[in-house]
Ligand binder design. Structure first.
Ligand SMILES: Nc1ncnc2c1ncn2[C@@H]1O[C@H](COP(=O)(O)OP(=O)(O)OP(=O)(O)O)[C@@H](O)[C@H]1O
Length: 618
């Protein structure tokens, strides 16, 4: 079972596979190409964003120039007209307002477009995950998939909200400042231009170090998330085995290593920022020295020096901002590539182009496992040329030791996996030739741990399918005997269940899943019986419910309690992927073989002790 396999891997201290622990390399070109495809439908918005950015920057950078005009052309020149100074003040105010308005519009437009792109990616990702085959989930820990939907899409969100905004705004600001500087004084402008490679070298040196610290922090965070997700999924196991302390210590190890990586990342960032501040102040001191001498020598106007110093302050700001976004750009690039590695994964099980549509009502329910061979990826085959024929309407009980292949056989019937040789047929038709949507309507599954969603009783029974009426759900619940149980709950059919239906017993959850079967009317029913010990009243209810749901449909019960299958038309005993015995309860008892021995080991009790079959996979 997937979770168990993943859990086992982690419990043994191994690295869970999947996208998380691989050292992800940012592949910028592919990431930008992918994001470009998403930006395309919003091109008008993005054009407007660029326009607003240019106007906002122009409004901002014209302000020091205005002060220069006020100083040199009016104050220093002795042109004491208050009117012209007042006019300059008004223009200054107008420019500030224009800067504010254009920045506001630019920000809003960009954020809106970015958010809608990210919402689209999230939707695509979730829809794609629901189409992936079970073999994919066997290999990929759920923690890493949760990271893709939450933090990875969030990183893409930051790309639009921060990186793109900074690149656009600060990149353009840099260009504009250089133009203004050269326009004011070419010599001072050249000095500043010479500084650019120095600044770039320092930034690049810091960058490569920051990349390593960033990568480390992300990898450790991913591990932490995967660890928490796995522990939440296996909480009952942790509590049952009193593993709280041990798991707490393992969590603390991961937590500390994430903390250390974070501190290192932040320390590097602070050092980088302060170095930049220092550099900026050194350059200002240099310009004050060179420019001050020129002003004293009357070869430079005072207003020009003032404007220059202001521009230098503004010059370092965008470089700093752009390099600060380096982390975010990296995380967004890695995130985009990771998201795409999921979206690029083709489901192993797909409808064939010539897949036929089948009306559920037209299915009689004959099942043939036709000399099938199957094994999980990378493992020895469980079934080798297994043959099994089930007649329409038959009630089949399947028993066998733990790991005999009972659940795997049923997974093949539901086509969660494809056989490697032979064929599984329903009414003589290979299930690989059927549309999966039809197959899953035909084959209904009641799992050992029926999954209940956060939602009302009604919605849980009809699986949020609004075309199934409330009355239908209530009738189904009455038929399987779940009605009384629901009426007893506060809120009745509208009572809200918490995630996974905690608060309900295993038996109660199974009754609800029987009601599901009634409303969805599959022609074939697979029931993986709950291993939990049920009280005799619930067991009786389930027994009656099974009689109701198996009526008129082929039913296969993977049994953990003998009482459930004693009246089955046929009982199959499975051992190591082979059917070693087959017959009715009476026939198998008379045969005094494997089945009889199992019953005898259960001390003649009408129940097979769970231990005989293992405690299940939970
Ligand atoms: N998703 C999986 N990936 C890899 N191996 C698996 C997977 N699921 C089951 N197996 C292996 O296949 C074999 C058959 O498992 P299966 O769950 O079908 O047995 P079972 O008879 O249903 O056992 P149980 O009574 O414990 O549920 C076991 O060895 C098991 O470890």
């Amino acid at each position: 079972m997937p979770q168990a396999v993943n859990q086992a891997r982690t419990e043994q201290g191994g690295e869970p596979s999947g996208g998380l622990e691989r050292k992800p390399k940012p592949r910028y070109r592919s990431a930008f190409r992918i994001l470009g495809g998403y930006i395309e439908p919003h091109r008008r918005t993005f054009a407007l964003v660029v326009l607003c950015t240019v106007l906002a920057i122009a409004a901002e950078l014209f302000q020091p120039y205005l002060v220069k005009v006020a100083i040199d052309d009016h104050l220093m020149a002795g042109d004491g007209g208050y009117g012209s100074i007042a006019a300059i003040c008004f223009v200054y105010l107008g420019l500030s307002l224009a800067e504010l308005v254009f920045t506001y519009i630019q920000n809003n437009l960009l954020q809106h477009a970015g958010q809608s792109i990210v919402a689209r990616i999230r939707k695509q990702l979730f829809a794609h995950m629901t189409k992936l085959s079970m073999s994919y989930f066997d290999k990929t820990p759920s923690g890493s998939l949760i990271t893709h939907v939450s933090s990875d899409t969030e990183a893409v969100n930051q790309f639009f909200g921060q990186v793109l905004l900074t690149l656009l705004r600060d990149g353009l600001t840099l260009v504009f400042i250089l133009v203004m500087m050269f326009q004011l004084d070419a010599t001072l402008g050249v000095y500043c231009l010479v500084l650019l490679p120095v600044i770039a070298c320092i930034a690049i040196a810091f960058r490569s170090y920051m990349r390593a610290t960033y990568q480390l922090a992300r990898t450790r965070l991913s591990r932490l998330v995967a660890f928490v997700a796995e522990n939440l999924a296996g909480m009952s196991l942790i509590q049952a085995f009193q593993q709280q302390h041990a798991q707490g210590e393992r969590f603390q190890e991961q937590n500390t290593s994430y903390f250390q990586a974070n501190v290192r990342e932040i320390r590097t960032m602070v050092l980088f920022n302060r170095t930049f501040d220092l550099l900026s102040n050194l350059v200002i001191a240099f310009v004050v020295w060179v420019g001050g001498k020129a002003v004293l020598g009357a070869s430079l106007e005072f207003g020009v020096l003032y404007a220059f110093i202001t521009y230098i302050r503004q010059f370092f700001q965008p470089i700093n901002a752009i390099t600060q976004q380096w982390n975010t750009l990296q995380s967004a690039t890695v995130a985009v590539n990771r998201i795409w590695s999921v979206l690029d994964t083709e489901p192993e099980i797909e409808d064939r182009p010539q897949a036929v549509r089948i009306e559920r009502e037209s299915v009689a329910g004959r099942i043939d496992f036709d000399r099938i061979t199957f094994g999980y990826e990378g493992a020895e085959p469980i079934f080798r040329e297994l043959d099994l024929r089930i007649r329409p309407g038959e009630l089949i009980g399947v028993v066998g030791t733990t790991g005999a292949g009972k659940s795997s056989l049923m997974s093949l019937l539901a086509r969660f996996y494809d056989v490697q040789a032979g064929a599984v047929r329903i009414d003589g038709r290979d299930i690989r030739d059927m549309a999966q949507a039809d197959l899953h309507r035909i084959v209904g599954l009641v799992q050992q741990e029926p999954y209940l969603y956060a939602g009302s009783m009604i919605d849980n029974v009809r699986m949020f399918d609004a075309s199934i009426s409330r009355e239908e759900v209530i009738r189904a619940c009455e038929l399987v005997g779940a009605d009384q149980l629901i009426q007893r709950m506060e809120g009745g059919y509208d009572a809200r269940l918490s995630e996974r239906g905690s608060g309900l017993s295993a038996g109660e959850r199974q009754l609800l899943s029987f009601a599901r079967i009634i409303v969805f009317r599959p022609r074939i029913l697979i029931l993986d019986e709950a291993t939990a010990n049920l009280d005799s009243r619930t067991e009786q209810l389930i027994q009656q419910a099974l009689e109701v749901v198996s009526e008129g449909r082929t039913t296969i019960v993977i049994a953990h309690r003998l009482s459930t299958i004693m009246n089955a038309d046929r009982i199959l005993v499975l051992s190591r992927g082979e059917i070693v015995e087959s017959g009715t309860h009476a026939e198998l008892m008379a045969r005094k073989g494997y089945y009889e021995e199992l019953v005898r080991h259960a001390h003649g009790e009408p129940e097979l002790v769970t231990a005989l079959y293992g405690a299940g996979r939970n």
